[in-house]
Design a protein around this ligand. Structure first.
Ligand SMILES: Nc1nc2c(ncn2[C@@H]2O[C@H](COP(=O)(O)OP(=O)(O)OP(=O)(O)O)[C@@H](O)[C@H]2O)c(=O)[nH]1
Ligand SMILES: [Mg+2]
Length: 327
């Protein structure tokens, strides 16, 4: 399942420091030579890929990014200090495009990969630089160059490995909210979720896996009824699906069949996708009833059916080990 996250930002690198004009004045040296140092380089803006970031959200509120200017040269041919570079963390998978030309400047795919986009200006020359046989006491210097300015578009393509599907109100958003740091809207009515919510679920080894909470599917979704159709298309790209069923639904078995039917109807291999069947809200129904519907669902799906409570966070570790096994 692929999502696109975009942000346009303006990167302004630092100006180089000016060169200066100065002459040596030392006790026993009557006519000191030129000693004005060069200016320091302006800071550059460097993008760095970071595995811990998942979205470009930070850039939606912080559109102009600067790096520090270089400092002017000093006496005794001292070069001014360079302006500090600015490092901008972006999620892995971020593509960087020049807005004006449309050219792709780089693709940051690996953790810690870097891309220098806006180079800082060079420092100007101090008068010591202009010393020659013809001119023993030059008074020329140059100003530092301006830093580069780039307007770039960042684009992140996210691929969810696990999709959570089910009828409206089954508790899909609740589940992603307890498994990840995603905080989607949760409410006791259908069609709360209008676009997929993404959440990164951490494995024991610390690596993240992207889950997507898909808006509720209903009967007819494959033909375009409800919100689900667009999302069925995306589900094709997930590795596995968690099919969540509401235990307190009037007829959980029927609910299961509706979703299976939609997957079948849509075709394109959706029915072949691995699915983990999960009964949610287990604490709201009688234990014996739960056993009966679990059994029925197992017979029907020919798969093991898991029973959880997202609200009480019960059964989640078994669910996750099943997910990791299947991936
Ligand atoms: N008691 C109980 N309530 C739950 C559980 N999981 C979800 N709920 C409740 O069920 C209602 C629906 O939850 P959501 O997570 O919004 O359901 P959804 O599947 O995302 O719904 P849509 O976005 O409309 O498709 C909310 O009132 C939740 O608090 C659970 O395990 N136990
Ligand atoms: Mg929801």
């Amino acid at each position: 399942m692929q999502f696109i996250d975009q942000a346009n930002i303006i990167l302004k690198a630092g100006k180089g420091g000016n060169g200066i004009v100065s002459f040596r004045r030392e006790k026993f040296v009557p006519a000191g030579g030129p000693s004005g140092g060069n200016g320091g380089k302006g800071g550059s803006i460097i993008l760095i890929a970071d595995n811990n970031l998942q979205t470009l959200l930070d850039f939606k509120f912080n559109r102009e990014i600067f790096a520090k200017d270089g400092f002017k040269g000093g006496p005794n041919k001292r070069t001014g200090a360079s302006g500090e570079n600015t490092f901008l963390k972006v999620p892995c998978g971020t593509e960087v495009r020049d807005v004006n030309s449309g050219i792709i400047l780089g693709d940051l795919t690996e953790d810690k990969q870097i891309l220098t986009v806006a180079y800082g200006g060079k420092g100007g020359h101090g008068n010591a630089y202009y010393l020659s046989n013809q001119n023993r006491a030059p008074e020329s210097f140059t100003e530092g160059q301006e830093g580069e300015i780039w307007e770039v578009q960042l684009e992140l393509k996210l691929l969810a490995e696990v999709g959570i599907i089910g009828l409206p109100n089954a508790g899909k958003s609740t589940l992603i909210s307890v498994l990840s740091s995603a905080r989607p809207k949760i409410a006791n009515y259908p069609f709360t979720t209008l676009i997929p919510n993404l959440g990164v679920v951490r494995k024991a080894d610390g690596n993240g896996c992207l889950f997507a909470d898909i808006p509720g599917l209903i009967s007819g979704a494959a033909e375009g009824i409800g919100l689900g159709h667009d999302f069925l298309r995306h589900i094709q790209r997930t590795k596995i699906l968690i099919h969540l069923i509401d235990s307190i639904a009037e007829n959980p078995i029927h609910d299961y069949k509706i979703i299976e039917q939609e997957l079948k109807q849509y075709g394109k291999g959706l029915l072949d996708k691995r699915r983990i069947i999960v009964l949610n809200k287990k604490e709201l129904v009688d234990v014996n009833y739960l056993k009966t519907i679990t059994k029925k669902l197992e017979n029907l799906s020919k798969k093991k059916v898991l029973v959880i409570s997202s609200s009480l966070r019960e059964g989640l570790s078994s669910l996750l080990s099943e997910v990791w096994d299947q991936i």
